[in-house]
Write a protein that binds this ligand. Structure first.
Ligand SMILES: Nc1ncnc2c1ncn2[C@@H]1O[C@H](COP(=O)(O)OP(=O)(O)OP(=O)(O)O)[C@@H](O)[C@H]1O
Ligand SMILES: [Mg+2]
Length: 349
């Protein structure tokens, strides 16, 4: 079933500088970001981006510092105006929105969570969460109830009357998350929301987000520098480099078929066992009649552990309905973990 994307971007260019539109032709002719800055004093932030973001999915935007990630998502609620291109939200061109529609987009359709938490320092946890609801025009009783509910869901019960300065980084970000969830938007933009947190707290926040997302199924655009985080959270991953979208796909496709050497280098060090699923590396049953079975969407790292613990050298792979769909053996899994390039695996057959 195909549905229309929640957010759809076509031919999006953003050039910063005094006369951006005049510089568009240079960009279209392929001038590099570096040259545009040196020769023309303009910054190329986004270079002809086409991107669809599906409803109810987490899209993670990754890329080096300055690659255009924040600039891109700030177009989605028009905090930044494009130099050229179209941006649709729910199939409607947001560049045509009048002030009222734009206000509704920002207050009721899209919420943001920031790295720096952006909490109001002189308001309590409860009031910080309530604040956005007050702006939205919710009644006092409703604002209070909804806020309390989300404070509980992110695990901050008992801290309602604390002020931001009394909270740890992880707790502050829980407030940020509760606030974004309380306004009940369909879409949440998270710009390096967990980047300032220590590793353990970051993992905790990722798990909270994933747990909530399983139930809430919001459209989330999540920015990070951290590829492990991207692979853990993303249904889809989009990689930006110097303002260009160099690859967009599910985590497996990024790891198995990196679009270029830069992406290949980027994914080199990550734990493939936690990304690749059996489905992607299984072979056909080919006369094998295994008695031991594993589901095809099992991560190969988990499959390896399970097979070792059960003393199995090979296994049948089954689809979600339990029907046999393929075959796997330990050697193939180990090869995929140590080198995910399928062509190498295939060349050994
Ligand atoms: N207001 C601005 N004026 C001029 N240049 C800008 C402005 N905002 C961003 N840029 C430039 O646009 C490019 C993209 O910046 P952006 O902040 O989107 O990158 P980013 O991928 O979010 O980086 P980071 O990971 O460091 O947050 C950079 O070269 C940046 O210097
Ligand atoms: Mg940024």
């Amino acid at each position: 079933m195909t549905t229309n994307p929640k957010i759809s971007v076509r031919g999006l260019y953003k050039i910063f500088g005094p006369a951006p539109r005049e510089k568009l032709n240079f960009v279209r002719d392929g001038i590099s970001k570096e040259e545009l800055l040196e020769k023309h004093g303009h910054v190329l932030a986004l270079d002809n981006i086409d991107l669809d973001i599906n409803a109810k999915e987490v899209l993670v935007l990754v890329g080096l510092s300055g690659s255009g990630k924040s600039t891109l998502i700030r177009h989605f609620n028009r905090l930044i105006e494009p130099t050229e291109g179209t941006i649709k939200f729910n199939d409607r061109d947001i560049l045509l929105f009048d002030d009222e529609e734009l206000q509704s987009l920002r207050r009721k359709k899209i919420a943001m969570v920031f790295q720096g938490f952006a909490l109001l320092p002189h308001r309590t946890v409860l009031d910080n969460v309530k604040f956005a609801l007050n702006i939205q025009g919710a009644s006092e009783i409703e604002a209070e109830q909804r806020s309390q509910n989300w404070i509980k869901r992110v695990g901050l019960t008992g801290f309602e009357d604390h002020f931001p300065a009394q909270l740890s980084g992880g707790m502050k970000q829980r407030v940020g998350l509760a606030r974004a969830l309380a306004v009940n938007t369909e879409t949440i933009l998270m710009d390096e929301a967990f980047s300032a947190l220590d590793a353990l707290t970051k993992t905790e926040m990722q798990d909270i987000l994933l747990g909530l997302q399983e139930e809430l199924r919001k459209t989330i655009v999540f920015i990070t520098h951290d590829l492990e985080e991207a692979l853990k959270l993303g249904d889809k991953i989009a990689i930006l480099h110097d303002g260009r979208l160099v690859q967009h796909g599910d985590p497996q496709s990024i790891v198995l078929k990196p679009a270029n050497d830069d992406v290949a280098k980027f994914v080199e060090g990550i734990d493939k066992g936690r990304v690749i699923k059996l489905r992607s590396i299984m072979t056909s049953l080919d006369g094998h009649a295994p008695e031991f079975h594993l589901p095809e969407d099992m991560l190969i790292g988990d499959a390896l552990m399970k097979m070792c613990m059960e003393y199995q050298k090979s296994a049948g792979v089954v689809d979600p309905k339990g029907k046999a769909s393929g075959y796997i053996d330990l050697e193939r899994i180990v090869t995929a973990i140590s080198n995910p390039m399928m062509k190498r695996i295939k060349s050994r057959e």
